[in-house]
Design a protein around this ligand. Structure first.
Ligand code: CA
Length: 374
């Protein structure tokens, strides 16, 4: 292979600029003469889709994001594509969104992959892995590191196409009615926690429950559960958990950067003309960025409100507790990957990417944060 020189790199850049100029001038050609334009653009036929979500209707950030996505698609398509959004329970129960899109009852859903681990054991690796990758790293894996192809492979048997549809950033560890001072304090605890984290706390002797957002408050208030995690200060404040649980723990070891997802019925997506497909993809990218930015921008302000207005007691899991949980997480993942070949394939790719990107992150992000005085 020819050695790649600085000169080649600069030359390639110059050629790309010329190619870009050619493409731009191509836009002025009559319809049908530029490559792909005749087949790529639809005739003006209108497409009406239904979106179901796992979020309560008009839910802050998550439900708002679904509504915004529909709005962006409508505007970008000049009204040729309209998506009607239903909150969880309005058309189908929140946790039936996957089946609704798989069957074609709805064309698209907004949720999180770890809700479907009962159907797709590998699904949680596309949402969040305890002690796994953060938002930036997970985005890099899905978009540029091969994760998307594996995700599509995992959902293909269900006639579904997944896309990233947001990220929460690092979450909080949850709300507890008692202090968690040692790993023993998890014993007998009944906690709402989804995904792989639920299996980790079970190893520590707790019982886990997977409840949609709409059911958590009442379950905690009435003692059906005695702890819950949700997202982070911004959302948790609005969920009102501070009124019914006293201790708020950091960090969200189980969700270091949870990806939200859009799941599309594959036939419905492939039935769109190419320009609408690109509009849907572009709106999904925008939703992914918008969601993370909303959480990042608001979290600390709401953390201060929780402390000042609600007198919430902020706590940190000790290094010993986190070490125990990390050990249990490794056991959980080993068990899943031993039982399911696709999970092994996905996790091998995930962990290889995490190790690779982690070396870079240690040199840069981690070292950079260490220079900042909070
Ligand atoms: Ca969570």
């Amino acid at each position: 292979m020819k050695k790649y020189s600085r000169k080649d790199f600069l030359k390639k850049g110059a050629m790309a600029a010329v190619a870009g100029g050619t493409l731009l001038s191509g836009c002025g050609q009559p319809e049908g003469t530029s490559p792909g334009s005749a087949a790529a653009v639809s005739s003006g036929k209108k497409y009406r889709w239904t979106m179901v979500t796992t979020w309560p209707p008009k839910f802050a950030v998550l439900g708002e994001g679904a509504d915004l996505f529909a709005d962006w698609v409508k505007k970008m398509s000049g009204g040729r594509m309209e998506i009607r959004v239903y909150g969880g329970g309005e058309m189908v129960p929140a946790l039936e969104a996957f089946d609704a899109v798989s069957s074609g009852a709805a064309e698209i859903a907004s949720g999180a992959a770890y809700y479907w681990s009962g159907k797709v054991p590998a699904a949680p690796f596309f949402a969040s892995v305890p002690f796994g990758m953060n938002a930036q790293q997970l985005n890099a894996w899905i978009y540029s590191g091969g994760g998307q192809a594996l995700w599509e492979e995992a959902y293909a048997p269900f006639n579904l196409l997944p896309m990233l549809g947001g990220n929460t950033g690092v979450q909080m560890g949850g709300w507890f009615n008692k202090e968690i001072n040692t790993i023993e304090d998890f014993k007998g605890l009944k906690m709402r926690i989804p995904g792989l984290g639920s299996k980790v706390i079970e190893k520590a002797g707790a019982a886990s429950v997977n409840l949609p957002g709409s059911e958590i408050y009442t379950s905690l208030e009435t003692g059906v559960i005695d702890a819950t995690e949700w997202i982070g200060p911004y959302h948790d404040y609005k969920m009102g958990f501070a009124e019914i649980a006293k201790y708020y723990y950091a960090p969200g070891w189980h969700e270091p950067g949870t990806a939200l997802e859009l799941i599309l019925n594959k036939d419905a997506f492939l039935g769109l003309p190419e320009d609408l497909q690109e509009i849907v993809r572009s709106a999904a990218y925008r939703l992914n960025m918008w969601t993370l930015c909303e959480f990042e921008a608001q979290n600390n302000g709401f953390l201060q409100k929780l402390k000042k207005e609600k007198n919430v007691q902020l706590r940190h899991f000790s290094p010993e507790i986190l070490n125990s949980l990390r050990g249990y997480a490794q056991e959980v993942i080993a068990e899943i990957t031993a039982q399911d070949a696709l999970s092994k394939k996905v996790f091998d790719a995930y962990s290889a990417f995490q190790k690779d990107v982690g070396e870079w992150s240690s040199l840069t992000e981690k070292a950079f944060y260490n220079t900042i005085q909070a």
